[in-house]
Design a protein around this ligand. Structure first.
Ligand SMILES: *[C@@H]1O[C@H](CO)[C@@H](O)[C@H](O)[C@H]1NC(C)=O
Ligand SMILES: *[C@@H]1O[C@H](CO)[C@@H](O)[C@H](O)[C@H]1NC(C)=O
Ligand SMILES: *[C@@H]1O[C@H](CO)[C@@H](O)[C@H](O)[C@H]1NC(C)=O
Ligand SMILES: *[C@@H]1O[C@H](CO)[C@@H](O)[C@H](O)[C@H]1NC(C)=O
Ligand SMILES: *[C@@H]1O[C@H](CO)[C@@H](O)[C@H](O)[C@H]1NC(C)=O
Ligand SMILES: *[C@@H]1O[C@H](CO)[C@@H](O)[C@H](O)[C@H]1NC(C)=O
Ligand SMILES: *[C@@H]1O[C@H](CO)[C@@H](O)[C@H](O)[C@H]1NC(C)=O
Length: 480
């Protein structure tokens, strides 16, 4: 580890020197990946396999179930009949000392009828403990496990993965497999899950089901924190299905009430040393709306002495220099950016754009529509904005970036991949974006993220510039 850090430092100082004299944007990677077909994997593929046994539970996934990480929501689907709502669990394998009872629902969507959607909250768990759990009945019972996070502790280390716009193609599979290899403990999913809305009628529900089976290999064993994207809206008047997020809400519950939210679409959790705020790009957020008022109150609850790391996730990026979805996040930026700066958010993750991009620490809160400065400027209190909407869905890559690269953009590349954020302690986190490169993952954009709150040098003296220290492949540096 020490040698890794010192290697970072050498490259960091080299990169920093370059950036100090450079008013242009950062790096546009010229990596061209070999093309996979961007089509969904066929339903009979083993990645969507239906588990054996009559009415066997499928599409098993868990998420955090409370504010501080002692609760887990377990969800699954039984295809034929409701069956049991019970979760049996305990700290040793096949020896379940506890039971919890959940609820079941079903729904129709045009001519699709869902299976039975089970949801069970398992609460008051011990921190930092491996739990085994079993669901289903008789020969069809299935068992899984998960590890609870350490207690809320400013020094706790923890590794998050960040995945966006995943879908269910071969590119999605590559991202998913690389993510599993990464050893991260919790997924922050920045929206656009199944892309079932690329289908019509009955097939939409079918593709929500196949997606649930696709991600089970990870999502049954560690929490995925879900954010809504535009593909979850499913406003389909031609089928008379006009209630936004209907299928998503039946299938993916969130612990929203624990953070005082009144909607499952926006909420916050605390996990180890991180406070994570999940926003909805597709619900009202302007002043006076429920999401706005909730966020105003939630930021006041953040205690950096307990959770040094403040992370915000949303679907539509606030800073994006790609042709795709350009400026779609602008309205949210106008409403929320000043809070991100005021509360010194460490990093904002978004998806939506099917490419990777990272910003410097910049803000545009001085912007005044009736005149004056309009450029984002370096801002040491601002978050780093990272777009990682490159999970690999069937819409393909967003390869047309705007030129010249704006000076707020540090690094961008149109390839599929995922990110990890490994919190080391209250001051340092290691960040990686891992490109899917034909069968292996390649750490392509990496840096040490310094905590925004616990950085005395930032609080004490004024730095001329406060760029994030980029570690990019040396072959790319010549292109700056
Ligand atoms: C839900 O399941 C019950 C019991 O099988 C069935 O009677 C009902 O019609 C279903 N509801 C919907 C909305 O499909
Ligand atoms: C659902 O409706 C569509 C359009 O009306 C039709 O083509 C399809 O066969 C129906 N599927 C089922 C399973 O009922
Ligand atoms: C965290 O670590 C620091 C430095 O090692 C130590 O001074 C502090 O007491 C620790 N805090 C907690 C809550 O463990
Ligand atoms: C915005 O700009 C106008 C025109 O320059 C100025 O009168 C106004 O005070 C500015 N508003 C703010 C909030 O800075
Ligand atoms: C980008 O360039 C503009 C115009 O030169 C300047 O005002 C602004 O501060 C620069 N922003 C950053 C983030 O360097
Ligand atoms: C935090 O982690 C970084 C990177 O591993 C290390 O250099 C630093 O000394 C650690 N700080 C404390 C207080 O342990
Ligand atoms: C504070 O941030 C600066 C610039 O990001 C970095 O060089 C420095 O090491 C950080 N200090 C701490 C204590 O993390």
């Amino acid at each position: 580890m020490a040698s890794m850090i010192s290697r970072f430092l050498v490259i960091i100082s080299y990169v920093l020197l370059r950036f100090l004299n450079d008013v242009h944007g950062g790096v546009t990677s010229n990596f061209i990946r070999s093309e996979f077909p961007s089509v969904d994997i066929l339903l009979d593929n083993e990645v969507f396999a239906i588990p054996n046994g009559y009415n066997a539970p499928q599409q098993v996934h868990i998420t955090q179930g409370d504010y501080d990480g002692k609760g887990v929501i377990i969800m699954w689907v039984t295809p034929v009949e409701p069956g049991s709502n019970q979760v049996r669990y305990g700290t040793s394998e096949k020896n379940y000392d506890f039971t919890a009872e959940g609820t079941v629902k079903n729904y129709t969507f045009y001519n699709y009828t869902s299976g039975y959607m089970h949801e069970c909250l398992v609460n008051d768990l011990e921190y930092d403990t491996k739990y085994f759990y079993e669901i289903g009945e008789g020969d069809s019972a299935r068992s899984f496990w998960f590890q609870t996070p350490p207690k809320i502790d400013p020094n706790a280390s923890y590794k998050f993965g960040i995945i966006g716009d995943l879908g269910q193609t071969y590119n999605s599979l590559s991202t998913f497999e690389h993510y599993i290899e990464s050893g991260a403990q919790t997924v922050l999913h920045v929206g656009d899950l199944s892309y079932a809305d690329r289908y019509k009628y009955h097939d939409m529900g079918v593709r929500w089901d196949s997606y649930g089976r696709f991600v089970e290999k990870s999502a049954a064993y560690q929490p995925w924190l879900w954010t809504v994207g535009n593909h979850e809206i499913e406003y389909e008047p031609y089928m008379d299905e006009v209630v936004p997020f209907k299928q998503y809400l039946y299938r993916y519950s969130t612990p929203y009430a624990a953070s005082g939210s009144t909607s499952p679409l926006w909420y916050a959790v605390r996990r180890a040393s991180a406070h994570i705020i999940v926003l909805s790009s597709y619900s009202p957020y302007v002043k006076y709306t429920p999401q706005y008022k909730w966020l105003e109150a939630e930021f006041k609850k953040v205690d950096r002495k307990k959770t040094p790391w403040l992370i915000v996730i949303m679907h539509s990026p606030i800073y994006n220099s790609n042709n795709a979805h350009y400026m779609e996040g602008e309205s949210m930026r106008v409403v929320f950016e000043s809070w991100f700066v005021q509360y010194k958010v460490d990093v904002v993750f978004a998806g939506h754009v099917h490419a990777y991009e990272r910003s410097y620490r910049i803000s545009n809160i001085h912007y005044n529509v009736t005149g004056g400065a309009m450029y984002p400027v370096p801002d040491k209190s601002a978050p780093v904005y990272i777009t990682v909407g490159d999970g690999g869905n069937q819409e393909g890559l967003a390869s047309r970036f705007n030129y010249p690269q704006p000076n707020y953009s540090a690094f961008r590349e149109a390839s599929y991949g995922h990110s990890t954020l490994e919190i080391m302690n209250k001051t340092h986190a290691l960040y990686h974006w891992n490109r899917n490169d034909d069968g292996k993952k390649v750490a392509t954009d990496s840096f040490v993220l310094h905590n925004q709150y616990w950085n005395k040098s930032l609080r004490g003296r004024k730095l001329k510039k406060n760029y994030v220290h980029a570690v990019v492949p040396t072959l790319e540096l010549n292109k700056v």
